[in-house]
Write a new protein. Structure first.
Length: 125
């Protein structure tokens, strides 16, 4: 079976995270957050491609709003919450610290779980 695009983004994030040890690496940490965000967005598009192919062409925002009507509210909420967190982590703010390695590892685990749940949720409730 071919690797999905979302799995490719996760694999790239894994490689980047595995190379991050010690302080600094702020740009690379933001890069890892960006790859995790891309994995979530792509996983959402892959979900819609399976369930309602016409929705796969909609914006991420529209897909997110409609997700709540297709899967459990908790899964839709987790997806939205993690995407919001990753969006914040991807953008540079003078007054904000870069994401820590611990945060990135936690977000990666969440992304894997959410994407696995989306892959199993191909039939609307």
């Amino acid at each position: 079976m071919a690797m999905t695009e979302s799995a490719k983004f996760l694999a790239k994030a894994d490689r980047l995270l595995d190379s991050l040890a010690g302080p600094g690496n702020g740009v690379r940490r933001r890069g890892a957050a960006f790859l995790l965000r891309m994995a979530l967005e792509t996983g959402m598009r892959e979900y819609w491609q399976r369930v309602h192919p016409q929705m796969a062409r909609s914006s991420t925002r529209v897909q997110s709003i409609c997700l709540d009507h297709q899967v459990s509210a908790s899964l839709a909420g987790e997806w939205s919450s993690l995407l919001r967190t990753l969006n914040e982590a991807c953008h540079y703010h003078r007054s904000a610290l870069e994401p820590s390695l611990e945060e990135l590892v936690r977000w990666r685990a969440g992304a894997y779980r959410i994407l696995n749940d989306l892959a199993r949720a191909s039939v609307p409730r």
